[in-house]
Design a protein around this ligand. Structure first.
Ligand SMILES: [Zn+2]
Length: 355
């Protein structure tokens, strides 16, 4: 039975149900009922444990902006991605993954916040398009308490009803949305709006930018094998299709490595995510790219595939046995789903059929 509560993020009336499913703690499957799924009209659906909920409600620990967190949780729901399990901080003995949600810490989540007004407008437009799904439909936003304001601030990346109204007004001035008569603010996307969304979803990234590779580095035991996978499988597979490849430990970086990772993903024409050994970072980077609408090609070594995360197992993986095999199949997949890149190699035996 759902139980009523105030949302720990935005304090609106929300409801809570115990989560079912399992979590994986090292090699143990554990029951997920210690987790609550919260459903909030503003933040959408997300997952919390009780202790993190107490911390989130503590005014002393509120270093974060609730409007930002709310909008980012909501965006994940509008994009139809598995809800976030929001963690207050990294915990050493926490489950490495759970079936029903994507684990993310508050700090990681906040790195997704669009810093500039144009970025916020783009993300509003993508939210609108995902909710409308096709042309000719109208979304009605009930008026907020302020005279010219919209109450659903989170879907519009706004901190108050006036800013939400401003975002709609700005998108209208840019020609991306049209306002319709409605009891509230009725909005449809214009043809220019749909074209802009297609552009954003295909990635504003130039095809000349490197494709981003998310993979495990091998720790102490498999570092050579994973380097071999990159050098003999993934990198040549990407280059054979005419693109450059980038793996973040191979470029110079500073301590803000996460910013650098996210920045490179944003600029990438596509991401190759290898799930061999199931590292949380790979799930996170792939999820981040998918959230931005950047195409992600999933690969996994055969012996690890049975353990793949529930909701990514359904995404058509390339399951490989040798780096050599991966090189050819990856190249085929890129050519078949993304198209030939700007630097096709001068070789004659290009693979021709998408796998
Ligand atoms: Zn909320």
């Amino acid at each position: 039975m759902p139980e009523d509560l105030n949302c720990p993020i935005c304090e609106r009336n929300a409801s809570r149900t115990a989560l079912s499913g399992t979590a994986r703690l090292d090699n143990l499957e554990v029951d997920c009922s210690f987790l609550s799924q919260i459903q909030c009209p503003l933040c959408g659906v997300f997952v919390l444990n009780r202790r993190d909920e107490v911390n989130l409600r503590s005014p002393r620990l509120r270093y974060w902006n609730p409007h930002h967190v709310s909008a980012l949780l909501r965006e994940q729901c509008i994009a139809d991605l598995p809800p976030f399990w929001l963690r207050d901080h990294e915990e050493q003995y926490a489950p490495v993954r759970i079936d029903a949600a994507t684990i993310i810490t508050l700090r990681e989540l906040l790195t997704h916040w669009p810093q500039t007004v144009p970025e916020r407008l783009d993300r509003c437009l993508c939210n609108l398009a995902r909710e409308l799904k096709r042309g000719g439909r109208m979304k009605v936003f009930p008026q907020g308490p302020e005279q010219r304001g919209i109450a659903d601030t989170s879907a519009l990346f706004a901190e108050d009803p006036a800013e939400a109204h401003y975002h709609i007004h700005a998108l209208k001035r840019q020609g991306y949305v049209e306002e319709q008569l409605a009891n509230g603010v009725g909005v449809t996307l214009s043809p220019e709006g749909w074209a802009r969304v297609a552009e954003l979803i295909a990635g504003t990234a130039s095809r000349a930018n490197p494709a981003f590779v998310a993979m495990w580095f091998g720790g102490e035991c498999e570092i050579q094998a994973m380097q071999g996978l990159y050098d003999a499988g993934i990198k040549p597979g990407i280059e054979d299709a005419g693109y450059k490849a980038l793996r973040i430990d191979l470029v110079e970086h500073n301590e803000y490595i996460m910013d650098e990772v996210l920045g490179n993903i944003r600029r990438a024409p596509f991401v190759v995510a290898d799930f061999t050994q199931h590292r949380n970072g790979v799930y996170f980077e792939a999820g981040f790219a998918r959230g931005l609408g950047i195409p992600v090609i999933h690969t996994c070594r055969e012996d690890c595939f049975g353990k793949a995360h529930f909701d990514t197992q359904q995404l058509n993986h390339i399951v490989w046995k040798t780096p050599d095999e991966l090189q050819h199949r990856l190249c085929n997949r890129i050519l078949g789903t993304i198209g030939v890149g700007p630097n096709p190699p001068a070789r004659t035996s290009m693979p021709s059929r998408p796998s």
